[in-house]
Structures are given as structure tokens and as C-alpha cells.
Design a protein around this ligand. Structure first.
Ligand SMILES: [Zn+2]
Ligand SMILES: [Zn+2]
Length: 234
């Protein structure tokens, strides 16, 4: 038995066995049917739960739905005149007059009217299939994190991180007897860094002193040995 092929409907995306007509969107799934369906794709959407995955439709298609009563004043739609935001049909420019109402003032109008007698609003057709009507705002400036190709050189150099700062120095003790001592000087010098760093620094200082003492002892010992060797034994 031949393996059954699985097909994804190009119009609604439904997965189904290879058949002639899509069981969800009723598109004829042969070459002509698909060309026809593709030609009906446009920037208008009618909100229908059962057809969530359908592409948008053309203005002509939308007008046909309105004039045939498949869209009412309460239908939720979106398109180029709503900036692709959902809106109730009676407020939608280009559609509402086909349903007998002015989108602007709500005045009763005829689908054939070109302007509203009440508010002079124009009733236009929006037939451009590729115009989504999306608001083209300027890109936001520096609101989001990270680098953007819109940044200027100066902005790239201006880093966001806070530069490292030294902790404030504790006030030098003012009593004259302590200022003169090594202790006071040391306390100012060692104020830089964490307690751990300071203790490490102290240990390093102690180590250095020990090495110096040992070196001096070694030199003295060598000198003594030299004297002992060079002294003729009586
Ligand atoms: Zn389909
Ligand atoms: Zn009006």
C-alpha cells in the first residue's frame, strides 16, 4: 500500500492528508485554486475565531463581504486605515460607509456616497494590496539596552558603566602626637582597597622586611667567612 502524503495548506496552514479541497478553509488545492487564493491575499483582516490562521484579504474582498451582509457594523476588523489595530467596523474608514454609516460622525450614508453630508468626511477605497498602513515612526533613541547601529561614534565612546572610584580617605587624625608617627602615615596609605587587600599588602610588607634582614645577615656572614679564610693561621 502506498504511503499517504501529508500536506500543509498554503493558505491556512492546516496539516492534512493530500486532498483536493482544504478541510478547514475550503481552498481548492490545485494550481488554479491556489493562484486564485494567493491573489485574494491583502492587508485587511476580519476577526473570526474559526479562521485564525487565514491570511488577510484584499479591499475588494472586504467590500464584497460588507455589501453582501457578511460583515456588519459590529464586526471587528483591522487594515491599512486602522494601522492594523483591531477596530469595530462602524469606525473603520473605507469600510463603514459600505455598511451605511459615516466612520467619522456616524451619520446615515449610502454605500455609493463619496463624502458625508454631516461632516464632509471622504469615503475612499484602499485597494493597495501591499500597503499595510503601519505607522512608520522614527526608531527609538537609546531606550533599549545594548549597542545599536543607529548610535553615533560619540555615543559609542560614551560608555554606560560607572568608572571605578577610590573609597574616600578617612580623615587624618588631628592630634599632633599621632600625626608624626609611622602608624598615622600607614593608615592613610593603606586606606585604599578592601580589608582583605590591606591584610595581603601588610603580609607582603612583612615578607619584604624578612628578605632584607636575611640578605644583610648573609652578607655579614660572607664577610666574616672571608676574613676568617684570609687570616693566616698562626
Ligand atoms: Zn486551508
Ligand atoms: Zn460624517
Amino acid at each position: 500500500m502506498a504511503k499517504q502524503r501529508i500536506l500543509v495548506c498554503p493558505i491556512c496552514g492546516e496539516t492534512q492528508p493530500e486532498i483536493k479541497v482544504c478541510r478547514v478553509c475550503s481552498t481548492l488545492l490545485d494550481t488554479n485554486g491556489l493562484l486564485l487564493a494567493e491573489g485574494a491575499i491583502g492587508p485587511w483582516w476580519v476577526r473570526k475565531e474559526e479562521l485564525t490562521f487565514r491570511p488577510g484579504i484584499t479591499y475588494d474582498n472586504l467590500a464584497e463581504l460588507a455589501l453582501s451582509g457578511k460583515i456588519t457594523l459590529q464586526t471587528i476588523v483591522r487594515g491599512p486605515t486602522t494601522r492594523q489595530l483591531w477596530k469595530v467596523a462602524r469606525r473603520v474608514k473605507g469600510l463603514s460607509h459600505l455598511l451605511g454609516r459615516c466612520h467619522n460622525c456616524g451619520e446615515h450614508v449610502s454605500p455609493d456616497d463619496r463624502t458625508c453630508d454631516g461632516c464632509n468626511a471622504q469615503f475612499l477605497k484602499f485597494t493597495d494590496r501591499n500597503n499595510m498602513g503601519i505607522e512608520l515612526g522614527a526608531p527609538s533613541k537609546g531606550e533599549t539596552g545594548g549597542m545599536s547601529s543607529f548610535l553615533s561614534d560619540a555615543e559609542i565612546l560614551d560608555t554606560q558603566s560607572t568608572p571605578l572610584t577610590l573609597p574616600p580617605k578617612p580623615e587624618v587624625q588631628q592630634s599632633p602626637e599621632s600625626v608624626e608617627t609611622d602608624e598615622a602615615e600607614e593608615s592613610v596609605e593603606e586606606s585604599v582597597g578592601s580589608p582583605q587587600f590591606r591584610s595581603l599588602q601588610r603580609r607582603l610588607e612583612q615578607g619584604k622586611r624578612r628578605v632584607l634582614a636575611l640578605t644583610i645577615s648573609l652578607i655579614i656572614a660572607l664577610i666574616l667567612i672571608g676574613i676568617l679564610i684570609s687570616t693566616p693561621l698562626g
